[in-house]
Design a protein around this ligand. Structure first.
Ligand SMILES: [Zn+2]
Length: 214
């Protein structure tokens, strides 16, 4: 599942795409006007920002073909499609102090593409799991505690809905896009998940359902 949209820096670079991120932050670093952003990642970036209690910068997101080549990126890189995001480890982050811990965080949220570098972590929205180091060694990242913040139900709109949708999608319970809006498709997915996990099937993501997800 991906929700890639096209933007132009000249037109909407200063526009916020989510609460804390502007469209220009995802642009190709060679100055290209056009860019692509997979909107499904926004809930992940916002929740990560909340987790580390500090502003998050994006080293590299969308890349044009020529810029990707210059950076030595793979010819089929997810950066070319607006579906990859390189997030640096910063000393200003609270609650985590290593790229390994960052990988654990993203793994917990259901991110399928995670590549650990010494100073940053590459995440992407691929649909089959690839968790590795930059040298290609496969990794099995652990998990972190993602606290429950209150019931989520039809009509709820917030980043917690987003990460719940993202996780359900990663587990094969399709909510549609992880757009942070709890609608009919999301409710259907929550119910299917609850049924499979032996939970009360009420379509509300309360503490028990949250606990099974994260
Ligand atoms: Zn990358």
């Amino acid at each position: 599942m991906a929700n890639v949209k096209t933007y132009y820096k000249s037109k909407s670079g200063e526009t916020k795409i989510s609460e804390h991120f502007k469209i220009r932050e995802f642009a190709s670093k060679d100055g290209a006007d056009k860019l692509l952003i997979d909107n499904d990642i926004l809930c992940i970036l916002e929740r990560f920002r909340e987790y580390v209690e500090a502003p998050v910068t994006i080293n590299s997101a969308y890349r044009t073909v020529s810029w990707n080549k210059k950076q030595g990126g793979a010819s089929n890189s997810y950066h070319l499609y607006g579906r990859a995001f390189d997030i640096p480890l910063k000393s200003s982050y609270k609650n985590l102090t290593s790229t390994d811990y960052m990988c654990k965080f993203f793994n917990t949220l259901g991110v399928k593409g995670i590549i650990k570098y010494p100073t940053f972590v590459h995440i992407d929205t691929r649909t089959s799991k690839y968790h590795a180091t930059s040298s290609g060694t496969k990794q099995s990242y652990g998990t972190v505690n993602i606290p429950f913040k209150g019931n989520l139900k039809n009509g709820s709109k917030n980043i917690y809905v987003g990460i719940m949708q993202f996780k359900l999608n990663s587990l094969g319970y399709s909510t549609g896009n992880a757009d942070m809006i709890f609608g009919a498709n999301t409710e259907k997915a929550v119910k299917a998940f609850q049924k499979d996990k032996g939970l009360a099937v009420d379509g509300i993501c309360g503490k028990n359902t949250w606990g099974k997800l994260f």
